[in-house]
Design a protein around this ligand. Structure first.
Ligand code: SF4
Length: 144
């Protein structure tokens, strides 16, 4: 979870709306498609996809990650301003999914990025993604 309480107040101020940058491999984009559509419409809750990591509070990462792609993900994370969180979406991101035994698939995202929250599923339900974002708000409030 978010570790440094000194940053909690700043984060609380910043995260009135969640600005998201996404890094999706393979069919990972399937995780987010229902949320941007009219049925779930995440923008109602202030969750907005931004075009640059420099504007983002949250990094959504989905799909299995390779040794090559994770380097790009790390670079994106480094460009995000503090305070920032990482949410891993879907089973592939956690375990490598169907490519778990490939020489090139990473098995543990935590070894590369400080993951704040994992959301399981293939793909995760939109309700689970909303709940995760709500938990981030709650956790930041607890730290204050
Ligand atoms: S968890 Fe499912 S939907 Fe997500 S990237 Fe893996 S196979 Fe695709």
């Amino acid at each position: 979870m978010v570790k440094r309480s000194g940053k909690a107040k700043t984060m609380r101020k910043l995260i009135k709306a969640i600005w998201i940058f996404n890094w999706f491999n393979s069919c990972g984009f399937a995780e987010l498609v229902p949320l941007v559509g009219s049925r779930w419409d995440m923008e109602r809750f202030g969750m907005i996809i931004v075009g640059t990591p420099r504007h983002a509070d949250v990094l959504f990462i989905a799909g299995y990650q390779t040794h090559k792609s994770i380097e790009r993900a790390k670079r994106i994370y480094e460009q995000m301003a503090e305070p920032k969180v990482v949410i891993a979406l879907g089973s592939c991101t956690m375990t490598g999914g169907m490519y778990w035994d490939s020489y090139n698939t990473i098995k543990k995202l935590d070894d590369y990025l400080p993951v704040t929250m994992y959301i399981p599923g293939c793909p995760p339900r939109p309700e689970a993604v909303f709940e995760a974002c709500e938990k981030i708000f709650e956790h930041v409030k607890e730290l204050e």
